[in-house]
Design a binder for this molecule. Structure first.
Ligand code: PLP
Length: 421
């Protein structure tokens, strides 16, 4: 039996209706921007394996750091113990985050990073004797698949079975030039009528919502209201973090700094899972008390795993390097040149870009998981390019180490798709 057949015996894949799509493609190895399947066919990873492998797969610098750490200290309980990789990572991270961030709390994935952020915000008010029970979030946002994060996610495509169990989340539309005043009024109405603990948002780009982008100034108007009303701002930078938008964090484009930031995905560069929720000293101080009960009782077994921390430290050093920074600039300008060529194509409805994230909407209506989506996906795969269309949106979020030639191949494959539609 080959790998694909053995896979079907015991495995259950995410986001997969196995009755319709029983086959998964075996990938045997990866290097840089390339993935190789079990027939040796190569594919360019146009989405950095869900926005994680931004320094390239099996990056040598990170590999060396992991190997060294594995021989030194593999795992230690993080309640009551500490270690160099966690301390160093906290120092490195705080030095690149928006300057109001002061404390670092670890968990395992993007969903738990947001779960922690939401719990922190609720307990922050609780500890101050000011119980608040409502969270505000954007329509069509995505914050993860655990209950708190799922409740905050407005992208309710498949949330049906769970909706009766959600925490209380009020939703506002994503602002644009036309609706901004109405959004502000709606926000004011919600905070007048409810005890709002926090506002959670993906800054500037809604990843799962087909890379929908919006203006920093509009977001800032909402954040100003949060600040005035002591509503904690939770910036979900799980997707946008670590250079994707052209700055280290999307929050840097926005004047008002968030109280809490969620990080994962590129934090550990595709090597191992880990997540971090950072917050201000002020948030942290609300948990300091002579009573144990005011502490933050949230833990995951692998909290601050030393190996994962060593990956993240090596990742940040790469992010800071001249080489990676100039690669980011190169990708940004290549996207712009491609955009100039493709925007007039009759099959292109609109395009948008921030940093290395480029998206174009096709001039055709499609279901998010409909048949045509798979035809487009197959066109890319047959041409050796991994891109995952979201509805009628095709987007690119390449690893920063992608070569210019590989990037051009992605553009050519998109162009050839448009010509066949
Ligand atoms: C992927 C993602 C999450 C969830 O992260 P997981 O690691 O998949 O749990 C949350 N928020 C945003 C913005 C994401 O892109």
């Amino acid at each position: 039996m080959n790998l694909q057949e053995r896979d079907k015996k015991h495995l259950w894949h995410p986001l997969t209706q196995h009755k319709i799509h029983p086959d998964s493609l075996p990938i045997t190895r990866a290097k840089g921007a390339l993935l190789f399947d079990d027939n040796g066919k190569e594919y360019i990873d146009g989405i950095a394996s869900w926005y994680t492998s931004i320094y390239g797969h099996c990056n040598d610098t990170i590999l060396a750091a992991v190997q060294k750490q594995m021989q030194q200290l593999d795992q230690i309980v993080f309640a009551g113990f500490t270690h160099e990789p966690a301390v160093k990572l906290s120092e490195e991270l705080i030095s690149i985050l928006p300057e109001n961030q002061g404390k670092v709390f670890f968990s395992d994935n993007g969903s738990t990073a947001n779960e922690v952020g939401i719990k922190m915000a609720l307990q922050y008010h609780f500890n101050k004797g000011d119980s608040r029970n409502v969270i505000i979030a954007f329509e069509n946002g995505f914050h993860g698949d655990t209950f708190g994060a799922m409740s905050a996610s407005g992208l309710s495509v498949y949330n049906g079975p769970f909706e009766d169990f959600f925490i209380d989340v009020k939703r506002i539309p994503v602002p644009n030039a036309e609706n901004i005043q109405a959004v502000i009024e709606q926000f004011q109405k919600i905070i007048a009528e409810n005890k709002v603990a926090a506002f959670i948002y993906e800054p500037l780009v809604q990843g799962a919502n087909a890379m929908h982008m919006f203006e920093a100034d509009h977001l800032d108007m909402i954040l100003q209201l949060c600040k005035e009303n002591n509503i904690l701002m939770i910036a979900d930078e799980v997707m946008t973090g670590f250079g994707k938008t052209g700055k280290n964090f999307a929050s840097e484009y926005i004047e008002t700094q968030p109280d809490i930031i969620s990080l994962s995905k590129a934090l550990t560069a595709g090597f191992v899972p880990m997540a971090i929720t950072t917050c201000t000293q002020q948030v942290y101080d609300a948990f300091l008390d002579d009573s144990v009960g005011k502490a933050f009782f949230h833990a995951h077994t692998y909290t601050a795993n030393p190996i994962a921390c060593s990956v993240a430290i090596a990742g940040i050093s790469l992010l800071r390097s001249k080489e990676i920074q100039s690669n980011i600039q190169r990708i940004i300008s290549s996207h712009q040149s491609f955009d100039e060529k493709i925007i007039a194509h009759p099959k292109v409805k609109t395009t948008r870009q921030i940093g290395v994230i480029y998206a174009l909407d096709l001039n055709i209506e499609m279901d998010r998981y409909g048949k045509q989506r798979y035809q487009i996906f197959d066109h890319f795969m047959n041409n050796g390019v991994v891109l995952r269309p979201l509805g009628n949106t095709i987007y690119i979020l390449p690893p920063y180490v992608i070569t210019e030639e590989q990037l051009q191949k992605i553009y050519d494959t998109i162009t050839s798709l448009l010509d066949t539609l």
